[in-house]
Write a protein that binds this ligand. Structure first.
Ligand SMILES: Nc1ncnc2c1ncn2[C@@H]1O[C@H](COP(=O)(O)OP(=O)(O)OP(=O)(O)O)[C@@H](O)[C@H]1O
Ligand SMILES: [Mg+2]
Length: 225
């Protein structure tokens, strides 16, 4: 068995509406190995979020294939893809998507609560641990509306990590943070990567931060450059 956990082969993605077609991804391939940290850098509109959505099974490619643990993933139905995503992937969205009615702790606990047979006590402990790791143990009961932008991003990170994913896909996880805090989050991610033996695929605008990855990929107009 190879140690490739996530693989894209010749992915293309075209958004079509009536007669207008926008070709966003143009035949991209990518391999992420177990425990590897890959960063993706590219200017705004180059297709980074679109690629992450396709890799994470949130959207389907127009052409090409995605494999999760050597199994074809993109052509499964929505429910099946959702289950696999919940079991193996952690996703940090560009615009965090926290649930506004729930506390930071509840937001982080949510992915585990959705799993069958998990005990609330255990879930709560794990969520508290992750929130402590992202420096938010003093904000457990705050709702997203009562947190700063950077704090919300850190809650979203904790949520993506709580189920110990094999691969974390993160879209600008430090986009709202000052340089110092952003560096802290990257260091933390590197620690957690080792602790969880997790692969990470992170989109960032910050070349400096990107350099702490094992591999940097540059995207321009839907292709690697
Ligand atoms: N649903 C959609 N329908 C039509 N066009 C879309 C759709 N989603 C994205 N696009 C277009 O695809 C291109 C790439 O978008 P994408 O969000 O992947 O860029 P990005 O690299 O993540 O940019 P940013 O750094 O600003 O987040 C953009 O030009 C965008 O307008
Ligand atoms: Mg984006």
């Amino acid at each position: 068995m190879s140690n490739i956990v996530l693989e894209a082969k010749n992915i293309s993605k075209t958004f079509s509406e009536g007669k207008s077609h926008v070709e966003v991804l143009k035949g991209l391939s990518l391999q992420v190995h177990a425990g590897e940290f890959v960063s993706i850098v590219g200017s705004s509109g180059s297709g980074k979020s679109t690629l992450l959505h396709v890799l994470g099974g949130l959207d389907r490619p127009t052409e090409g294939e995605v494999f999760l643990n050597d199994k074809r993933f993109d052509n499964l139905n929505e429910t099946h893809r959702g289950n696999l995503r919940n079991a193996h992937l952690g996703f940090v969205y560009q615009f965090h998507h926290l649930l506004p009615e729930f506390s930071a702790l509840e937001n982080v606990a949510m992915p585990l609560m959705l799993r069958k047979g998990t005990q609330y006590k255990e879930v709560k402990e794990k969520a508290e641990y992750l929130l402590e790791r992202v420096g938010l143990s003093h904000r457990l009961t705050h709702k997203p509306g009562e947190l700063s932008g950077g704090e919300r991003q850190r809650v979203a990170l904790a949520r993506a990590l709580v189920a110990k994913p094999q691969v974390m896909l993160a879209d600008e996880p430090t986009g709202n943070l000052d340089r110092h805090t952003a560096k802290g989050i990257f260091d933390l991610l590197n620690d957690l990567k080792a602790e969880f033996n997790m692969a990470m695929l992170i989109v960032t605008h910050d070349e400096g931060l990107a350099r702490s990855a094992d591999k940097i990929l540059h995207m321009q107009d839907g292709i690697w450059v």
